[in-house]
Design a protein around this ligand. Structure first.
Ligand SMILES: [Zn+2]
Length: 195
């Protein structure tokens, strides 16, 4: 399968490269609500972005990452839902062509909402069209975890974070918890005064 070959090429690139990891934005950062623009140029810059995103996702570790989450507002997604962590998929300018009427609730988590997991209901099957880094389009069907992951990441490109599906009460609790953690993190980053 082309996706597998692509992932192998990328993994070998990753092992050779020592690019810095990109910083993942944390909810409720307002930049997570920006709308991503379609990619129009399929060049080396795009390949580098995808390589950085894959490395960031594997290091985190996560099963999916949208460019929005690293403050790049272009329609680029990387994901790998395999247990072996060697089946990288790259979705550029993804479009949902079809969704099933059947819906399922999955417990979702997000690298931008660390430590929070909650049930979100979505269509259980989807059909997607997306481009690869070389600008070649293909269509595929997804179900199970892959369907969840694709829809979750595509939401990021539209500026939507999964906690927005939860009740306002839950969302506000999550917001305050993460804001508190962020303040603690900032405190830890303060330089220690020299005595
Ligand atoms: Zn996410």
């Amino acid at each position: 399968m082309a996706a597998v070959l692509e992932s192998l090429i990328f993994l070998s690139l990753l092992r050779k490269s020592c690019m810095p990891l990109r910083t993942i934005l944390r909810y409720p950062d307002s930049r997570l609500h920006k709308i991503a623009k379609p990619v129009t140029v399929f060049d080396d810059r795009l390949k580098q972005l995808v390589t950085d995103m894959a490395e960031t996702m594997y290091e985190a570790p996560g099963i999916g990452l949208a460019a929005t989450q690293i403050d790049v507002h272009e329609q680029v997604i990387v994901l790998d839902v395999s247990e072996t962590r060697d089946q990288l998929q790259v979705l550029i300018n993804p479009e949902i062509l079809w969704t099933s009427e059947e819906r399922r609730v999955y417990d979702e988590g997000c690298l931008s909402v660390p430590g929070i997991f909650d049930g979100v209901e979505r269509p259980s099957h989807v059909k997607i069209r997306a481009w690869n880094v070389d600008g070649v389009a293909s269509e595929f069907e997804a179900d199970g975890l892959l369907a969840v992951c694709v829809q979750h990441e595509m939401d990021h490109l539209r500026g939507k974070v999964f906690v927005e599906y939860l009740s306002p009460l839950k969302r506000n609790r999550i917001k305050s918890k993460l804001q508190k953690e962020e303040r603690e993190l900032k405190k830890d980053r303060q330089p220690v005064p020299v005595r």
